[in-house]
Design a protein around this ligand. Structure first.
Ligand SMILES: C[S@@+](CC[C@H](N)C(=O)[O-])C[C@H]1O[C@@H](n2cnc3c(N)ncnc32)[C@H](O)[C@@H]1O
Length: 423
């Protein structure tokens, strides 16, 4: 049985390690290999912490207590022997009312530089263990509403597994078939394949919740989905550090290691820990935060009382080449009584409530800028820009959002929004 507290502290959810041959059992055989493999570990090996999973799933459950009821859940790019996702959902299998839990792992041979991988005892002691497939094939783990081992409860010890035909690549036909069987897909996918992973989820028409880099909001694959309210940021973990386990010996900066330690994750026998300040959840599962309105002041009050010195007593600039819109340099300085378009920082998406605002376009998307009426910067602007010390690649034909105060510049990473239900 998984012990939640243990998982939170150590980054894994293993409890009982021997009696049933559960995936959490007997991982010692893999430890040495883990140490060696870690030396060359690539950036995709980041193991999610139990507390982060729990916080985000609780937000969905608070909004809809039946969000997982009678659902088939797929956890791809995972591995119950190492990761917390399968352990977390196996622990909550009955109380969430899950119909079927499927987790797939990715083959050691397909991961970079994992030459010293060794199977765990959990695998080698299983009757289906196959020396020829252990490194080359992914695995699929399944938990259903069946007390397989007859101990009176359905939990992680009833998880059964077999080798996949291929390496467990989420893009393979067999994992795609599992996606098509699933109602909900939850994981921390390889960051390097995030764009493909989102496309794969959308193609499958599933509900999902995944971890990614917050910069991904600007990707051409994601922004249109965000704009159309088919994808949004999760309820938790925005603008705070998320701690991840990494294979022992993987390069982690001392500052990040110390920060992770301060957050309650000192290195342990299985993992070192690091923190990422820019990771967050992306989901199409509803949660309460996105229905809370941002509390904002009027334009006049912002000019009087804003804590930002480029707003208080100063007001809002109009863009040089998009006069109907104002530049809003801070999310908390968005005026609640301006009805035109507003350029706001992308961190707005952490607070975005689709009943309060609509998203019109991304400021880096020149075509979208043209479509909403942004003019080209022109020769005169660009001349002043370079005379004023600008070093960016702005050309007269560009439709970046031009600012003239305190000097000629172009706004950085803006989203154009408009108030819903204007007066
Ligand atoms: C960011 S880690 C997360 C692991 C686990 N889901 C967790 O959150 O603890 C992503 C995992 O995906 C695996 N992976 C990389 N490429 C993959 C692919 N094409 N298909 C499936 N998994 C892949 C990596 O080896 C890595 O273990």
């Amino acid at each position: 049985m998984v012990k939640q507290g243990e998982a939170t502290t150590t980054g894994r959810g293993d409890g009982d390690t021997s009696a049933t041959g559960s995936p959490s059992a007997a991982r010692s055989a893999g430890k040495n290999s883990n140490l060696v493999a870690a030396k060359s570990a690539k950036n995709d090996e980041f193991y999610t912490q139990w507390a982060d999973i729990e916080r985000e799933m609780n937000a969905y459950l608070e909004y809809d207590k039946d969000v997982f009821r009678d659902k088939v859940l797929l956890l791809p790019c995972d591995d119950p022997e190492w990761s917390n996702f399968a352990k977390f959902f196996a622990l909550h299998f009955m109380d969430y009312g899950i119909k079927k839990l499927i987790s797939t792992s990715y083959a050691a041979d397909s991961k970079p530089d994992t030459i010293d991988y060794q199977p765990t005892l959990f695998e080698t002691e299983a009757s289906q263990f196959d020396e020829t497939r252990t490194r080359a094939n992914g695995k699929v783990f399944v938990l259903e509403r069946k007390d397989v081992n007859g101990d009176g409860v359905v939990n992680i010890d009833d998880l059964r597994w077999h080798y996949l035909d291929g390496d467990g690549d989420f893009r393979s036909a067999e994992v795609t078939a599992l996606r098509d069987e699933a109602d909900v897909v939850i994981t921390n996918p390889p960051f390097s394949l995030f764009r493909e992973f989102i496309a794969w989820l959308v193609e499958g028409g599933v509900k999902f919740s995944i971890i990614g880099n917050s910069n991904a909001v600007t990707y051409v694959e994601t922004f249109p989905l965000i704009k159309d309210n088919r994808l949004w940021k999760g309820a938790t973990g925005n603008n705070t550090d998320m701690v991840f386990g990494v294979p022992k010996g993987a390069p982690v900066s001392e500052a990040d290691r110390l920060k992770a330690e301060k957050l309650g994750y000192p290195s342990d026998d299985d993992f070192d820990y690091t923190r990422l300040g820019n990771s967050c959840w992306f989901t199409n599962i509803d949660h309460g935060r996105r229905h809370e309105a941002l509390q904002l002041m009027s334009m006049a009050d912002n000019i009087k009382f804003s804590k930002h010195k480029n707003v208080q007593g100063v007001g809002y600039q109009r863009y040089y080449n998009f006069q109907e819109a104002i530049e809003v340099p801070w999310v908390d300085a968005i005026p609640n009584d301006f009805d035109g378009p507003m350029g706001v920082p992308i961190t707005f998406l952490d607070k975005y409530n689709p009943e309060q605002f609509e998203i019109i376009a991304h400021g880096d998307d020149m075509e979208a800028m043209r479509d909403i009426g942004v003019k080209v910067l022109g020769e005169a602007f660009v001349k002043k820009y370079y005379e004023g010390g600008g070093t960016g690649g702005n050309s007269p034909g560009h439709r970046r959002l031009g600012l003239t105060e305190p000097h000629y510049s172009t706004a950085y990473k803006r989203i154009i929004i408009r108030r819903k239900n204007p007066s």
